[in-house]
Design a protein around this ligand. Sequence first.
Ligand code: AMP
Length: 179
Amino acid sequence: MASKRFAVFCGSKSGADPLFEQQAFELGKQMALHDIALIYGGGNKGLMGAVADAMMANGGEVIGVIPELLLEWEHGHQGITELRVVPDMHIRKKMMYELCDAAVVLPGGNGTLDELFEMLTWNTLKIHDKKIVLLNSNGFYNHLIAHIDNMFQQGFLYEAWRERLIVCNGPGDVISCLV
Ligand code: AMP
C-alpha cells in the first residue's frame, strides 16, 4: 500500500493548452515515483485519464470512485488498480475526500470547481482538515485566485483560508509542498 493518498480533481476534458495535459501526466508520474496513491473520479477521459494513465504506467496505485450513472456512459477507467462504483455523486465526493490525505486541483470545469469549493467549505466547517493545492498551470487559475482574494476583502469569508490554499506552478512543486 502507498505511503500517502492524494485526491486529484481535474477536467474530464483536456482543455485548450497542451501544457495542461503535460502537467497532468507529469503529476501522475511524480506521484507514482514518490509512492503516493491517486484517488480520483474514475474516468478515462481528459486530464483525469491522463493522471490515471501516467500513474499506472509508472507502477502507481489508482483508486477511482465513480457513480453508476457515469459508468453507464462508459467513462469508467477499466485499467486502474480499483474502480469503486457508488450510487451517486454525493457519496462519491464524500468517499474521495475521506480516502485522501490531501487534494490537488488541476485545470478543469464545473465538476472540478465543485469539488474544490466543497473541500474548502468543509475545511472551514471543520468537517475535515485537508491541505489543498491548486496547480496553476500557465496561470489558469489567476482570475479565480483574484476572486477569492476579493471575497475575503469584501468580508464574505469566515477565515483567512486563502493562506491555506497552496498555489503551485508545476507538478514538482506540488510534490514538495505535500510530502
Ligand atoms: P469537469 O471539471 O466538469 O470536467 O469535471 C471533472 C471533475 O468532476 C472530476 O474531478 C470528477 O471527479 C468529476 N467528473 C466529471 N465528469 C466525469 C466523468 N465523465 N467521469 C468521472 N468523473 C467525472
